[in-house]
Design a binder for this molecule. Structure first.
Ligand code: SF4
Length: 886
């Protein structure tokens, strides 16, 4: 841990699971680069991974336990948690308590949490935010394979002739993997098809984009199954030897057929035909999918409709072919391995099987074992609200924002008699904690994570936890000991937990279960320390570096008859109504992660989108009377959110999109979770976060504002506000529905300038536009721009004044005018976050002859690091060419 020692660890963001090398510097900063020895990324990192070093500041860290908002000792806090859980269980039974975890937890954290809940408390009320991410994939896998198995590997995306991305904006959500895919396309001409109602940046990079109607994927793949069968592409040898249930699945598919698929997807017939032909003719085809498939009331059926096509053609488990679930989180897979979901046991054992329960109970030597599945995330918080769950412990996640019907979740937490939260920073959830426990953060934790291709990697600590913060596994074991289970939780290190987890995976396995890492059951501390990334399974005696593993090329499914199961997938219809005629889709954006507890710390990542927004097709915007860049109210039967209107043809008519990230910490009324309906897939329990029915309404603004501030305001008085970090301070978007009497007083209150400052201001004749800038010596303390329309000031240019150390005479006047001088070109909105390159800079480079993405990269470096912005650069080049042509 000494300064200057590089540590090989793993990125804490998406399911790609990139290797990271972190090197603490003498000045206290940490240099981050991609690990060239890690097979997932071979040295590459995306914008989020590259900025990890900027997220390690301790300003807002929780550093000591709190009880009811006052500082407490660890002993006091842990005693209270254990006592309240024991009392609640004694009085109301084991199902009256719950744990709610996160795909951010390490496998070792997850393992002990699951062991405590299922084996020692004796109920299965442990669920996780991974329920929101990939529960439908788990359910679909189990229905088809008898186990939660991802059959393929990342290499398959590079070895395929056709890669179909379903409901996956891979360019932004799995950026490094997408760059691997693009590199493979360069080498071998891979065809890429994107199936997505939105024309995302991924769709723009594809060879074919199918802009299907929302939730029509089941029909699309049922139609494909029928087509493949009619074309004689059924691999009879594979189907007859290794599968069951084809007739029923085919019958359902025939009822849909080409006409049904056409009707449901609303695609042009020739486009649908083109896709079916492409799929039919490509032996090496990978169908990769993520939240657009999983987060749906028919998510599990979507997964099975895809798997059916691969099993019919035998295109599974061989190089370059197979269905592929891309997990959203860094350790969603690890959570699944230890059984960290309410409907799983541990080590891929079945909670519904008495013999499996007995096996785990005897291995744990536990006094009891959960007899049935527990409550899944949405139902769990409903049960908290209804008083059935009386004590809940939330670990490393923010359900008050991220769950659907988020206001009801907040209300449930407010009413819950006992709420424990262990986390790294304060969030909208920690507000409700009776006991707040400071957890160690990414840079301070040791353990393992598993990425989307079943590759287990070490996460290694390289910084000491600040204050009294502790690793999650330690906190859980300390509580377990106080609840009377000291012997079973007497672990001295994460390695010891990992060994136990590995041993359990091999228990009575003999190839009967997919998950087996018993080769690690005797790993020494030293060997755990230097463990290289490896893919499971690794059965006892197998070498960890044995290379790539795939499943099911030769059958060997984990169903009772070892046959893969075809699943009939009935068609579903997306419902809207005249009151709520639109479909609200929510999702991730390029530079943000979940509820922004880390990514909002870095100005670089806040510069791509500094506030939340709603993408609306121009026809829908016109119908609702919403002009570009004004504010729009998204209204659903559940609630409302107020965000910026982004009118774009990339959005399909009848659908709108809003990012999932913004919370009450960064915006007033812009939290989209308030508006999302709490509908779930009935099989997986995964919320349908992408298909709430909604309408849009214009926000009648009397004024709009934009401010750059050195100091963060304590309170912002505005009907709408969104605040983001900027280099040297903060940037704030504002709007109000009522006129403000005195803008100078408003500005002074917002800027908090203090004594000895100098202020310049300007008010136009009709009193509608106002500008004010305050300086302390030669530097800017804050500037406020007010207009009756959305403020037309270059944000990037204005923000740059916060870090300027000498703003004099003419520059002050220019700042007040809101227009840069010719000697200060406006960079425009940031496109490349890695090198902070703006749209205007790219446009200027194009104007000067850089007419390819590579040439722009050579001129400005934009797009040369993670590559996530290359599609946006291409878009700017094309727009410039079009402008020239007309
Ligand atoms: Fe992290 Fe980006 Fe790699 Fe995902 S693609 S693991 S966010 S560096």
């Amino acid at each position: 841990m000494a300064s200057g020692n590089p540590t090989r660890t793993t990125c804490p963001y998406c399911g790609v699971g990139c290797g990271v090398v972190a090197t603490p510097q003498d000045d206290g900063s940490v240099a981050i680069k991609g690990d060239e020895r890690h097979p997932a990324n071979v040295g590459r990192l995306c914008s989020k991974g590259s900025a990890l070093g900027e997220t390690l500041g301790l300003n807002d860290r929780l550093t000591h336990p709190e009880i009811d908002g006052r500082r407490a000792s660890w002993n006091e806090a842990l005693d209270l948690v254990a006592a309240r859980f024991v009392e609640t269980i004694a009085e109301h039974g084991p199902e009256s308590v719950a744990l709610y975890g996160s795909g951010q937890l390490l496998t070792e954290d997850y393992y002990v949490a699951n062991k405590l809940m299922k084996g020692f408390i004796g109920a299965a009320n442990i669920d996780t935010n991974s329920r929101l991410c990939m529960a439908s994939s788990v359910a679909g896998h189990i229905r088809a394979f008898g186990s939660d198995t991802v059959p393929g590997t990342y290499e398959d995306l590079e070895e395929a002739d056709l890669v179909v991305l379903v409901g996956s904006n891979m360019t932004w959500c799995h950026p490094v993997l997408f760059q691997r895919l693009l590199a493979a396309r360069e080498r071998r001409g891979t065809k890429i098809v994107v199936i997505d109602p939105r024309r995302t940046v991924t769709a723009e990079a594809a060879d074919l984009h199918l802009a299907v109607a929302p939730n029509s994927d089941v029909a699309l793949f049922a139609g494909l199954l029928d087509h493949l069968d009619r074309m004689g592409l059924c691999d009879s040898a594979y189907v007859d030897t290794h599968t069951s249930g084809l007739d029923a699945a085919l019958q359902a598919a025939r009822e849909c057929g080409f006409p049904g698929a056409l009707n449901a997807t609303r695609l042009p017939a020739e486009q649908l035909r083109e896709f079916y032909t492409l799929w039919s003719r490509s032996e090496r085809v990978v169908t990769a999918y993520s939240q657009g498939v999983n987060q749906s009331v028919t998510g599990t059926d979507k997964v099975n409709a895809i798997i059916n096509c691969h099993m019919l053609t035998g295109r599974i488990g061989r190089p370059g072919m197979g269905p592929f679930s891309l997990t959203g989180q860094p350790n969603a897979m690890g959570g699944r391995e230890v059984g960290g979901l309410a409907n799983m046991l541990a080590a891929h054992l079945d909670i519904n099987s008495a013999s499996h329960r007995a096996l785990v109970r005897s291995f744990w030597n536990s006094p009891r074992i959960a007899e049935k599945p527990g409550l899944k995330a949405v139902d769990l918080f409903r049960a908290v609200g209804e008083g059935q769950v009386k004590a809940i412990w939330i670990m490393g996640t923010n359900p008050a924002d991220s769950l659907p019907d988020a206001d009801a979740v907040q209300e449930a937490l407010r009413r819950c008699p006992f709420v424990v939260v262990s986390d790294v920073v304060r969030t909208d959830t920690t507000r409700h904690a009776h006991v707040l426990l400071p957890a160690a953060a990414w840079a301070e934790k040791s353990g393992t994570v598993t990425n989307s291709e079943r590759r287990i990697s070490r996460q290694r600590s390289f910084l000491k936890p600040p204050g009294e913060a502790r690793p999650d596994w330690r906190i859980i074991c300390d509580v377990a000991a106080r609840m009377g289970f000291a012997d079973a939780f007497d672990y001295q290190s994460p390695a010891e937990i990992f060994r136990e987890h590995a041993a359990l995976s091999g228990l009575a396995n003999d190839g009967r279960r997919d998950f087996d890492i018993s080769a690690c059951a005797d790993l020494s501390e030293k060997a755990y320390d230097v463990l290289e990334p490896f893919q499971w399974p690794r059965r006892s005696g197998e070498a960890l570096d044995a290379g790539t593993t795939r499943f099911f090329a030769e059958g060997g499914f984990y169903t009772p008859d070892r046959r893969g199961r075809f699943v009939p997938t009935p068609l579903a219809v997306q419902s809207v109504s005249s009151d709520f005629p639109l479909v609200l889709n929510t999702g991730r954006i390029r530079d943000q992660w979940h509820t922004m507890t880390r990514t909002a710390k870095t100005p670089r990542l806040m510069s791509h989108y500094a506030e939340s927004f709603c993408e609306i097709h121009s026809d829908d915007a016109e119908d609702a009377g919403i002009a570009p860049a004004t504010l729009v109210r998204i209204v659903t039967p559940q609630g409302t959110a107020l965000v910026r209107a982004l009118v774009t043809e990339r959005q399909q008519k009848g659908s709108i999109f809003a990012p999932m990230h913004w919370t009450d910490q960064q915006t007033g009324k812009g939290r989209i979770g308030s508006a999302v309906l709490a509908a779930v897939d009935p099989i997986s329990g995964q919320p349908a976060l992408k298909s709430s029915c909604a309408r849009i309404e214009p926000f009648e603004a009397a004024w709009y504002g934009f401010a750059v501030l050195r100091n963060k305001p304590e309170i912002i008085h505005a009907d709408y506000w969104a605040i983001a970090r900027a280099e040297g301070g903060w940037r704030v978007e504002l709007a109000g529905s009522e006129p403000v009497e005195d803008w100078t007083i408003y500005a002074t209150d917002l800027i908090r300038s203090g004594e000895g400052t100098e202020t310049l201001s300007y008010m136009d004749q009709d009193q509608a536009s106002f500008r004010l800038a305050t300086f302390s010596g030669d530097t800017l303390v804050g500037a406020l721009f007010i207009a009756p329309q959305p403020v037309a000031v270059s944000r990037t240019w204005a923000v740059e004044h916060l870090k300027a150390d000498a703003i004099t005479g003419a520059e002050r006047l220019r700042l007040l005018s809101g227009r840069p001088g010719l000697d200060q070109p406006d960079p425009g909105p940031i496109v490349c976050a890695c090198f902070s390159v703006g749209a205007n800079q790219i446009a200027a480079a194009v104007e000067h002859g850089s007419t390819s993405v590579e040439a722009v990269g050579a001129a400005l470096r934009a797009g040369t690091n993670c590559g996530s912005c290359r599609v946006e650069i291409r878009r700017l080049i094309d727009a410039a060419a079009l402008k020239k042509a007309v």
